[in-house]
Design a protein around this ligand. Structure first.
Ligand SMILES: [Zn+2]
Length: 447
């Protein structure tokens, strides 16, 4: 059998990327600059022993290699194929040539690369004993910087009086090292996970530390990455849903924001505050229990997250879910910054004594034709007394009565739409058609 020319071998080896080759057989996930997965050479149940150093890392730093720290299998793309697929060296080169569309020789490789593996479905996490939750809740107060900071916000008296209860409701706990524990308890009241976060004295998150996680995984304690959607997490605050069956569900990005807003308004019967954990963490899966309950869902992204969440809302296609913008539109100020979330604004308003404005019920553009019809059909004065005092309104009604005597369902002449909301008086004075009617009537009367 003729030898594969050295330059062809070199070309193929230069093209081969270890992450592609191993990735065809092993599900890999990012772990810092490396990739990890379960080792295919031994019965591995612990993610983290089998490391792939991707091809982007320099060769002198062991780039483009794999290694298992348990069974010590290691090497590059060719070794992987020879050991894992039991190919000869020339066949491994032919395999790679086929994968990377680089012609090797005329000898057929009796092998078809397997299709890439689909990403595994997120794993459900198991119940965490409630005693764990309780234990963390006993570490509270001044030992947990977040709670300490929260207690020193400029709440008014009512807000301050209910703060401890808000913290209990959300099962906010503390960790021995001063981190806050946000329990993720599902809508059936089952604790599923906890997020441990370090906050600074100024209420900002210590960005030098990644959140820690507590969860209970079946048997094999895989080191999953909850930030990467590898486990199904309930929305923070989901356990409150059953206690407040009629509340509108407001969803914000961070747990901190949910707690602040819950305490700010303090009216869980009508407004519940849940958090998904971050801009990119609003998963369709986690919204499903809310849709099943037929809840009205308002999404409150941070100021810079509107488009992303509008996208989620669009994909969801659930009529009762919308991105809520009124608060930002009416309360946000320059000084709050472009990345402000709703709690930042609420805290600033607590300091300055500003109050949020209630959203007016949405008003449809008024069709002048509808108003004419309505007035025409009504025998009782339905207009606001102030408007009734406008002589033009009375005059116009009389005009209509004379124009269409006795007929309540006579078609109304076509008219234009008028955007926004005007008083009837304004509409009458601005609408040429009505003025025309009045003029015609005046002419008739003078005849
Ligand atoms: Zn191994």
């Amino acid at each position: 059998m003729p030898k594969i020319p050295d330059d062809v071998v070199k070309r193929v080896i230069d093209l081969a990327k270890i992450e592609d080759v191993v990735g065809d057989f092993v599900t890999l996930r990012k772990a810092g600059v490396n990739l990890t997965g379960l080792c295919p050479f031994h019965d591995d149940r612990t993610d983290g022993n089998f490391i792939v150093r991707p091809s982007s890392i320099a060769e002198k730093n062991h780039g483009n290699t794999y290694r298992c720290f348990v069974c010590d299998h290691k090497g590059g793309p060719v070794q992987f194929l020879m050991e894992h697929q039991r190919l000869s060296f020339p066949d491994a080169i032919r395999w790679l040539g086929k994968k990377y569309n680089e012609p090797v020789d005329d000898i057929p490789l009796n092998y078809t690369p397997p299709p890439p593996r689909p990403k595994p479905a997120p794993l459900p996490v198991l119940e965490i004993p409630r005693s764990y939750v309780r234990r963390t809740m006993e570490i509270g107060g001044d030992q947990t910087l977040f709670i300490y900071w929260l207690k020193h916000l400029p709440w008014d008296d009512e807000q301050r009086a209910r703060l401890q209860q808000t913290l209990w409701q959300y099962c906010v706990g503390g960790w021995k090292d001063g981190r806050v524990v946000f329990w993720q308890i599902d809508h059936n009241g089952v604790p599923r996970a906890a997020k441990l976060m370090k906050y600074l004295m100024d209420g900002h998150r210590d960005k030098t530390q990644h959140p820690g996680w507590i969860y209970n995984q079946d048997g094999c304690r895989q080191q999953l990455d909850p930030d990467n959607h590898e486990i199904i997490k309930p929305l923070f605050g989901s356990h409150l849903l059953s206690s407040y069956p009629k509340a509108v569900v407001n969803i914000v990005e961070s747990e901190k924001t949910a707690i602040i807003m819950a305490n700010y308004y303090g009216d869980p019967d009508t407004q519940l505050w849940l958090a998904c954990g971050g801009l990119k963490h609003l998963q369709l899966d986690s919204l499903q229990p809310l849709i099943d309950q037929g809840r009205t869902i308002w999404l409150w992204p941070d100021k810079d997250g509107r488009e992303a969440w509008q996208d989620v809302a669009d994909k969801l296609g659930y009529d009762l879910c919308r991105v809520y913008t009124h608060f930002f539109d009416t309360c946000w100020r320059e000084e709050d910054g472009d990345k402000a979330d709703v709690a930042d604004i609420a805290i600033r308003m607590m300091r300055t004594g500003d109050k949020p404005r209630k959203e007016e019920p949405k008003q449809e553009p008024v069709k002048i034709g509808d108003i004419i019809t309505e007035i025409w059909h009504s025998d009782e004065p339905f207009l606001d007394p102030v408007e009734l005092r406008d002589p033009r309104v009375r005059e116009w009604r009389e005009t209509l009565r004379r124009a269409y005597p006795g007929k309540k369902h006579r078609p109304i002449p076509p008219t234009s739409n008028i955007d926004g909301v005007r008083t009837v008086g304004e509409i009458i004075s601005e609408n040429p058609l009505i003025n025309q009617l009045i003029e015609i009537d005046n002419d008739r009367r003078t005849e």
